[in-house]
Ligand binder design. Structure first.
Ligand code: 9MR
Length: 449
C-alpha cells in the first residue's frame, strides 16, 4: 500500500523538525585569541624568537594576542659584554607581534638573575649602580618606545616571607631601587604600562601582602606603577584558593593585574587523570582573571611542552603547558578555552578513534622538517596506518624516517614502517621527513585512513 501524500508530508515535516531541533554537534571554538578578545582580555605566551617559524610560529600567531619574550629582553641577553648589544631576538619578537596584531610585554629590566657577568661581577658604588640601572632602562625601554604595551620593570623583589630579596640592587641601593626603576621607565616610554612581577604571590600570603603593601605605598607616593604581575608557576593540585580574592585586592588599589607566566607542572608521567585535573586548573585560573575587570589577561610561560623551562629546573616534572611536544593541544588547552567562555569542545575524533596531526618542527631557507603523529584514543587501536595529504604550496617530501612516503604532484601518501604499524589504545606513532619549500609553507590537512 502506498502512503498517502499527507502521510508523506507529515513524515517530512517531522524529519525537518528533527533536523532543526536535534542537538547539532558543537562547533569547535575559535582560536583562543578570539575568545579572549570577546572578553576584552589578553591571552599571551612567552616565546623564543628563533622558533617563530613553522608550526610554532603559526600557533603563536593564531592563538595568542600578547607575547612575552621568554629570555630575549633580559639584560644578559641584550648586553652580554658591556657596551655591546644584541637586539636580534628581541627585535624579531616585536616585529612578529606587530605583523600579527599582538601586544608585547617587555620582560624584564631589573632582576637578580640572567644579568651579564660584567654587571654581576663588577664592584660598584651606589651612585654607579643607580646610573647603570637607569641607563639600562632608558636605553632598552627607549629602543621600543611606543611599541610595547607593558614592561615588567622590576622582577621578583621579594623573598617568601615578604622581606626584600637581597640582590645586587637591594644591597646596593636599598628598597628605593624599585621607585627609581619605575621612574626611569616612565620617562623612557610614558605609554607603556609599568609592572612589578613576582612568583608565589597568586594567593593571599606573606609575600603577596608585602607586594600589596609596596604597590599601595608607591601609588601613595606618586611613583609610576600601573600593575602587578602574578607569575603563576603553579603545581598541579596546589591552586591557591584565594587567587581571585587576591587579584581583586590589587585591582581595588586601582592597579591592573596580569597573570604573566602561567604553567601548571606535574610529576611525570602525565596520566589522563592528571591532564584532566590540569585542564580544570587552567580553566579556574583563567576564570579568576576573567571575573575581575582589572585583570588584563593571562600569559602562559611557553605554550608547548617542548618550550618549557620546567623539565630542566624540576627533574621528573613537566607537561606544564597547554600543548604537547608535537604541538597537539592537551586538555589544558581546552581548559583555557572554557575559561575564556568557549565550549571547550575537542575536535571530533575520527570514526575509529584515531587521528593524525602534522607539524613543521623546524624550517630554514628552503628546507623544513615535518612531523606527523598518529594517535589513538583509549579504546581504539591500529595495526597499520596510512596518512595522506595534499601540499598547498609546492612543497616536496625528501628523506623520510619511520614511514615510507610517495609523492605524486602535490599528493603525499605515507604508510607505516614495518616496526611501527601498531598504535595501541591511548598510544601514538610518529614519523618525520625533510622537505623543501619556497614562498610559503602552509600546514596541510592530513587524513588518516
Ligand atoms: O623561561 C626562562 C628560562 O628559559 C630561563 O632558563 C630561566 C632562568 O631563570 O628563566 C625563565 O623565565 C623565568 C622568568 O624570566 C621569570 N620568572 C621565572 C621564570 C622561570 O624561571
Amino acid at each position: 500500500m502506498r502512503p498517502s501524500l499527507s502521510a508523506v508530508l507529515t513524515g517530512m515535516v517531522a524529519l525537518a523538525a528533527l533536523l532543526v531541533t536535534a542537538p547539532t554537534a558543537h562547533a569547535a571554538d575559535p582560536p583562543l585569541r578570539d575568545l579572549a578578545a570577546a572578553k576584552n582580555k589578553a591571552i599571551g605566551t612567552a616565546v623564543t624568537g628563533s622558533k617563530l617559524t613553522g608550526t610554532y610560529g603559526e600557533i603563536t600567531a593564531r592563538e595568542f594576542n600578547w607575547l612575552t619574550p621568554g629570555n630575549a629582553m633580559k639584560w644578559g641577553s641584550v648586553e652580554p659584554t658591556r657596551g655591546t648589544f644584541d637586539w636580534t631576538e628581541a627585535d624579531r619578537i616585536v616585529d612578529f607581534a606587530e605583523a600579527h596584531g599582538q601586544d608585547v610585554r617587555g620582560h624584564t629590566l631589573v632582576w637578580h638573575s640572567q644579568n651579564p657577568n660584567w654587571l654581576t661581577n663588577g664592584t660598584w658604588t651606589p651612585a654607579q649602580l643607580s646610573q647603570l640601572m637607569t641607563d639600562h632602562i632608558a636605553l632598552e625601554v627607549g629602543r621600543y618606545k611606543g611599541r610595547l604595551a607593558a614592561w615588567d620593570v622590576v622582577n621578583e623583589p621579594f623573598d617568601e616571607d615578604g622581606t626584600y630579596r637581597e640582590t645586587l640592587w637591594y644591597d646596593g641601593l636599598g628598597a628605593d631601587y624599585i621607585a627609581q626603576a619605575l621612574t626611569a621607565a616612565r620617562a623612557a616610554d610614558p605609554a607603556a604600562k609599568l609592572y612589578i612581577n613576582d612568583y608565589n604571590v597568586e594567593g593571599v600570603n606573606a609575600k603577596s601582602t608585602a607586594l600589596y603593601n609596596l604597590v599601595r605605598d608607591l601609588k601613595a607616593r606618586g611613583v609610576p606603577i600601573d600593575g602587578v604581575g602574578l607569575q603563576a608557576h603553579l603545581i598541579l593540585g596546589q591552586l591557591p584558593s584565594t587567587l581571585q580574592q587576591n587579584i581583586q585586592r590589587f585591582a581595588d588599589l586601582g592597579l591592573d593585574v596580569a597573570i604573566t607566566e602561567l604553567d601548571i607542572r606535574m610529576q611525570l608521567p602525565a596520566t589522563a587523570a592528571k591532564l584532566a585535573q590540569q585542564r580544570t586548573e587552567y580553566d579556574a585560573v583563567v576564570k579568576a582573571c576573567v571575573a575581575v575587570t582589572r585583570c588584563t589577561g593571562v600569559t602562559v610561560w611557553g605554550f608547548t611542552d617542548s618550550d618549557s623551562w620546567i623539565p630542566d629546573t624540576f627533574p621528573g616534572e613537566g607537561a606544564a603547558t597547554p600543548y604537547d611536544e608535537n604541538y597537539v593541544p592537551k586538555p589544558a588547552y581546552y581548559g583555557i578555552a572554557t575559561g575564556l567562555g568557549g565550549t571547550g569542545t575537542t575536535p571530533p575524533p575520527t570514526p575509529n578513534g584515531c587521528a593524525a596531526s602534522y607539524s613543521v618542527a623546524n624550517q630554514w631557507n628552503s628546507g623544513f622538517t615535518g612531523n606527523v603523529t598518529i594517535r589513538c584514543d583509549a579504546g581504539s587501536s591500529l595495526s597499520s596506518w596510512r596518512v595522506t595529504w595534499t601540499f598547498g604550496a609546492g612543497q616536496q617530501v625528501g628523506q623520510v624516517w619511520n614511514a615510507s612516503c610517495a609523492q605524486t604532484g602535490a599528493a603525499v601518501s605515507c604508510s607505516n614502517a614495518s616496526w611501527n604499524g601498531s598504535v595501541p589504545s591511548g598510544g601514538s606513532a610518529t614519523f618525520g621527513f625533510n622537505g623543501t619549500w619556497s614562498g610559503s609553507n602552509p600546514v596541510p590537512t592530513v587524513t588518516l585512513g
